[in-house]
Design a binder for this molecule. Sequence first.
Ligand SMILES: NC(=O)C1=CN([C@@H]2O[C@H](COP(=O)(O)OP(=O)(O)OC[C@H]3O[C@@H](n4cnc5c(N)ncnc54)[C@H](OP(=O)(O)O)[C@@H]3O)[C@@H](O)[C@H]2O)C=CC1
Ligand SMILES: CC(=O)N[C@@H](CCC(=O)OP(=O)(O)O)C(=O)O
Length: 345
Amino acid sequence: MDVAIVGVTGYSGTVLYTLLAKHPAIDQINLYGHQDEGKDGEVRYLDELIPGFHGQHIKIQKFDPQKIMADNAAVFFATSAGVSSQLASDFIDADFPVIDLSGDYRLPDPAEYEKWYHKPAASAEHLQKATYSLADFYQSGTNYIANPGCYATATLLGLAPMVQSDLIDPDTIVVDAKSGTSGAGKKLTAITHFTATNDNLQLYGLNTHKHIPEIVAQLKKWNGSVNAIQFSTTLLPLTTGLMASIYAKVKPGVDQEKLMAAFNQDYADSNFVHVLDGTTPDLKEVVGTNNCDIGVVYNPITQTVMVISVIDNLMKGAAGQAVQNFNHLFNLTETTGLPTLPAFV
Ligand SMILES: NC(=O)C1=CN([C@@H]2O[C@H](COP(=O)(O)OP(=O)(O)OC[C@H]3O[C@@H](n4cnc5c(N)ncnc54)[C@H](OP(=O)(O)O)[C@@H]3O)[C@@H](O)[C@H]2O)C=CC1
Ligand SMILES: CC(=O)N[C@@H](CCC(=O)OP(=O)(O)O)C(=O)O
């Protein structure tokens, strides 16, 4: 089948291309850029834009929804926040399969989107037609898949068993999450300058991070007693990798054994989520993979559980999970085209 990528020149778009290029069910990847792409005779080719993409002489075509739908079986939006809400209407109206890596369709309420993203939202009618899909808990829904954010993915996978089995006090959830700079995309900002990032740790988005509402909404679906989380994000002086350190007070009678039973039960058949036995994970064991590795440590003195959840932000946090969701949408084996062995470099 042929598929389209919009936004291949971004970090997650580039990783997505490398996955789809090796995906056995994909015959051809067609690339589309901005609506004015190619105006004034300018034509851009992938191998000229991405260093190392030798031989990938594929034209970036002007964004044209009708052409995309005529020439492809699905489209991936790997575009900046605020873009797919402007570009996706025709696909939604036609019920054409879309995997959107951005946050534009993750929140069903336009007012909530505008509050957290500070950008105009898609219409309420169109937002209702999107399905928020944490791929490891995939349930069939609409043809418009809103891929979760990277922090949200690590946090939700780390909390799911405890929240679903009602093992923790829902008012005590604290998440201290940290990401490498590739999570911020290719556009330079004040905190992603080498001089600001190198040899430094920078907190940002305290209590205002845009992933808070999608995390809380999903937790609420699993357990209606969750109302809020305490959530912080820190920029790490490294390129790729994301760690969510999650803390919560456990409910009376819950101990390490009960916690492990819940985690092992939830992820017993998981292809990508691995619950470690007696250890905690580090970033290098997941970078380059679509995996999420999880460590669970209970402290009986404070009745607090600490869960460490690690992912590759560009893979499980973006492109890898997008392919996993694509596999589900097209009834392919979940693992098709997805790496499970780390880069280890
Ligand atoms: N980086 C990560 O770890 C994660 C990213 N995401 C989300 O995935 C999306 C992409 O992220 P990331 O790869 O980091 O972003 P980048 O900033 O690296 O890339 C953004 C891409 O969007 C394209 N783009 C921007 N505006 C338009 C437009 N109007 N029309 C068409 N294309 C456009 C850019 O093209 P051009 O360069 O030509 O302007 C570029 O290819 C974002 O929404 C991000 O929030 C989600 C999870 C994790
Ligand atoms: C390090 C860094 O800056 N990370 C990004 C999250 C990347 C992501 O998941 O973005 P979307 O929700 O927009 O898809 C951030 O904190 O905004």
